[in-house]
Design a protein around this ligand. Structure first.
Ligand code: NAD
Length: 264
């Protein structure tokens, strides 16, 4: 792969699995030194570190176990990143959780957890990296929002509120930094094929007594006109593009990667 990120450093939150791991792997393959974060079994975290090392220069990336629901741990993680990597050129705010329930039954502690991880952690991490990025006149802040940052679905009140908030935060950050060489954009994927998302197909098929194909196309992907998953490398490629040359004017955008969902 072309070494477009040679000499750059990147922190990708929630990168022990799924989309974050895909972004970390592709950024390492493009020459970046990356730092991972997220939960998981020790063997799964070790496997993630190996995958990133193999894609990159063979060096295993540092992993931070910071719990992003805690602002002090978000700040400590970015301080650790500055010390391990020297500086943070690219921040990918990716960590996220989901919980579904009608508004009237939505547990308050679940609301607090989704808002803390999916929204407030993006604020705390962004705040922490801005001074260094401004000082060096270059930086890329990439927020993994969602189609749910632009439109609603029932039973996802905290997630939809958090992701709409992330899109709003992206715009404010971009406008404030527009003359600094630091850009901030949101990527808004539709349903992305990750292990956790795939599990839902079997669960829907079983609950409704239908085939897995029908569960996927008619239920899970009912709103996604492409009727196929967004693939992790499609999201990672977009993140990589945002860090590449001639992208300084691309800021404040909410970039849909959703097979036509929000357009339809
Ligand atoms: P995933 O569950 O595979 O990965 C989530 C990551 O976040 C994991 O590494 C997990 O350990 C980490 N994480 C969770 N809580 C954390 C916490 N408190 N502190 C630190 N790390 C924590 O999920 P994914 O599908 O890869 O989703 C990644 C992002 O993409 C999320 O923000 C999600 O909302 C967004 N997204 C996913 C989809 C999809 O269909 N999969 C679609 C649109 C947007």
């Amino acid at each position: 792969m072309e070494q477009t990120l040679s000499g750059r450093t990147a922190v990708i939150t929630g990168s022990t699995s799924g989309i974050g791991l895909g972004i970390a792997t592709m950024m390492a393959a493009a020459g970046a030194r990356v730092m991972l974060n997220g939960f998981g079994k020790p063997e799964d975290i070790a496997a993630a570190r190996r995958a990133v090392a193999e894609a990159g220069d063979g060096t295993e990336p540092h992993h931070s176990a910071a719990d992003l629901s805690k602002p002090a741990e978000v700040r400590a993680m970015l301080a650790e990143a500055a010390s391990v990597l020297g500086q943070v050129d690219i921040l990918v705010n990716n960590a996220g959780i989901q919980f579904t329930s009608p508004v009237e039954d939505f547990p308050e502690e679940k609301w607090d957890a989704v808002i803390a991880i999916n929204l407030s952690a993006v604020f705390h991490a962004t705040k922490a990296v801005i001074p260094g990025m401004k000082q060096r006149n270059w930086g890329r802040i990439i927020n993994i929002a969602s189609a749910h940052g632009l439109v609603a679905s029932p039973e996802k009140v905290a997630y939809v509120a958090a992701k709409h908030g992330v899109v709003g935060m992206t715009k404010v950050t971009a406008v404030e930094l527009a003359q600094t060489g630091v850009t901030c954009n949101a990527i808004c994927p539709g349903f992305v094929r990750t292990p956790l998302a795939e599990v839902q197909v079997g669960a829907i098929a079983k609950a409704k007594g239908i085939s897995e194909e029908a569960a996927l196309k008619d239920h899970l992907l009912a709103k996604q006109p492409s009727k196929r998953w967004v693939e992790v490398p499609e999201v990672a490629r977009m993140a990589l593009y945002l860090c590449g040359p001639d992208t300084g004017s691309l800021t404040g955008a909410a970039l849909s990667l959703d097979g036509g969902w929000v357009a339809s």
